[in-house]
Ligand binder design. Structure first.
Ligand SMILES: O=C(O)CCC(=O)C(=O)O
Ligand SMILES: [Fe+2]
Length: 373
């Protein structure tokens, strides 16, 4: 059920009033015509905020909203299947396959685990026509639907890229679209996520999705449910965590590291996480990660000249590392070099689920054994 939003925009969560951040809305139909005011609007959103709502409730966008509803039905069917069927091939590559709950760090940071399972389908694989997908999808003729969804998301994100190139006066080969060509290998993927009710997750230490910025150039995110939080950039560093209210007919779009780097650090990479808003609820989200061609070069947040493929592989490893190793990676890796101002909740509070030193040591020993295995 939609929660009550009180003016000024806040919502009650964990016994506190938490901000609900407002943001620009960009009209997809106007972007398609390169409407000068809308090009300016989307450019400002990416330069100043790093995110915006994309209004798809028009003749050009509604088919994607339809694909989203069909994809949601597919997700319900898939995630209800037995774990053996879902995990038939496991995670085949970083951008293709199934990942069970608890594989990564969770919403409350060090010592916690994530609370979602995920199925990813790579754009390159679906273009080749025979992606390796588990039998609950293959046996139900769902591949056509996934191709439609991926195709729609691909078009939408490229329309946005094109408007951004125009807004930044980029021409010819330097336009952003030219480093996101369909026929060149990339880790672009559609990711379907199911967050389990945190009340059901046995030890209480599994919840949500850790704070991060995305590897991608642009992320097109659909969820009808609460739980996504962002830290808007401020003049001294990102402000406190607040919710993104789901908006009917709209997707939430945000800039990831690759576009921030490709723009010479002018655009903001969006710091975000997912928390259990309602601990009794199953939450479903669909994210399309448009990523640059693997061999695109840019200067990363550590000042290194790297390829998009290398940035992806290093950051993906950091995401999936045990938190003790994650803590040793450069801070700029998980947050793409974005600077924070103070704590997530605006004051000096310890995360609630930090393990004792004894628990941490035992967990590190377990992680070392499983990596060697
Ligand atoms: O589930 C969501 O709403 C966001 C997921 C996310 O941040 C990600 O997969 O990178
Ligand atoms: Fe993300």
């Amino acid at each position: 059920m939609a929660p009550q939003i009180d003016p000024p925009q806040t919502v009650e969560w964990h016994g506190k009033q938490v901000p609900v951040w407002s943001m620009r809305t960009v009209d997809y139909g106007l972007l398609l015509s390169q409407d000068p005011a809308e090009v300016d609007n989307v450019l400002k959103a990416c330069l100043e905020d790093g995110y915006f709502y994309l209004d798809l409730n028009n003749i050009d966008g509604r088919r994607m909203l339809g694909d989203q509803q069909e994809t949601l039905k597919l997700m319900h069917r898939f995630f209800e299947a037995p774990i053996e069927a879902k995990n038939e091939y496991g995670l085949i590559s970083s951008h293709l396959g199934y990942e069970p709950v608890g594989n990564r760090t969770g919403a409350f940071g060090a010592g916690t685990k994530d609370g979602y399972e995920m199925l990813k389908v790579s754009r390159d694989e679906i273009q080749r026509g025979s992606p390796k997908v588990p039998s609950p999808i293959k046996n139900n003729g769902d591949l056509g639907l996934l191709e439609n969804s991926i195709g729609s998301c691909n078009t939408i994100t490229k329309v946005i890229l094109s408007a951004l190139s125009t807004g930044m006066n980029l021409t010819g080969a330097s336009r952003f679209e030219n480093s996101h060509r369909n026929d060149r290998p990339s880790t672009t993927t559609l990711s379907m996520m199911h967050y389990l009710p945190s009340n059901d997750l046995a030890d209480g230490k599994k919840a949500g999705h850790q704070k991060h910025t995305d590897i991608s150039s642009l992320t097109l995110l659909f969820s009808e449910q609460w739980g996504l939080q962002i830290r808007p950039p401020g003049t001294c560093g990102a402000r406190e965590m607040g919710f993104v209210a789901p908006k009917p007919g709209c997707a939430f779009v945000h800039v990831g590291d690759s576009l921030r780097f490709a723009s010479g650090m002018k655009m903001q990479s969006c710091i975000h996480r997912v928390v259990p808003f309602d601990p009794t609820e199953h939450r479903y989200s669909i994210a399309y990660f448009l990523r640059a061609e693997d061999d695109t070069m840019f200067v990363d947040s550590e000042g290194r000249y790297v390829t998009a493929g290398q940035w992806h592989d290093e950051k993906f490893k950091a995401f999936t590392d045990p938190w003790q190793w994650q803590a040793m990676a450069p801070k700029s890796m998980i947050l793409g070099g974005m600077v924070e101002d103070g704590d997530d909740d605006g004051k000096n509070e310890q995360p609630k689920l930090v393990p004792s030193p004894k628990e941490a040591k035992a967990e590190l020993a377990r992680a070392e054994v499983s990596v060697q295995a």
